[in-house]
Design a protein around this ligand. Sequence first.
Ligand SMILES: [Fe+2]
Length: 165
Amino acid sequence: MRRSATITQELLSLQTASATELQQGFEKHLKQTEVHVQRLEEIFQALGESPKGKKCVGMEGLVKEGSEVMEGAFEGAVLDSGLIGAARRVEHYEMAAYGTVCAIAKVLGETKHASLLEQTIDEETETDEKLTELAETINTQAKEESPRKEQGESKPGVKTSKRVA
Ligand SMILES: [Fe+2]
């Protein structure tokens, strides 16, 4: 089931990323996100509630920002660096949201639900850490690909001086 804004974001990132390891990371996390949705559905079903609700405007904004990076005039490692920045924002938003409901589930004595949510939080955290690790190499490559503005050179990586991360 591919309904959430997060999945849309990751699908788009997957298509746009140029570094193979980054593409694979997005692909792996896309599969994990599908399981996150299933866990939420399991919890809602156990509570006798519908998972359909109001739109998350926070996530919608993050997805819009990510889309702007993808639609910008960036390529190669510079684009990947921007994608990592956008993806990390999404992961942190998810970690905060899942962490909040997990804490509430614990207070309510819903240990099984809390455990499911903790698994998701662990995977979101692991993804953020992997993205951070990948950024070390990719940001260095992006620096090499993009000339400093004052040098006025035209090299691959940056077509404009737009903000990417
Ligand atoms: Fe995520």
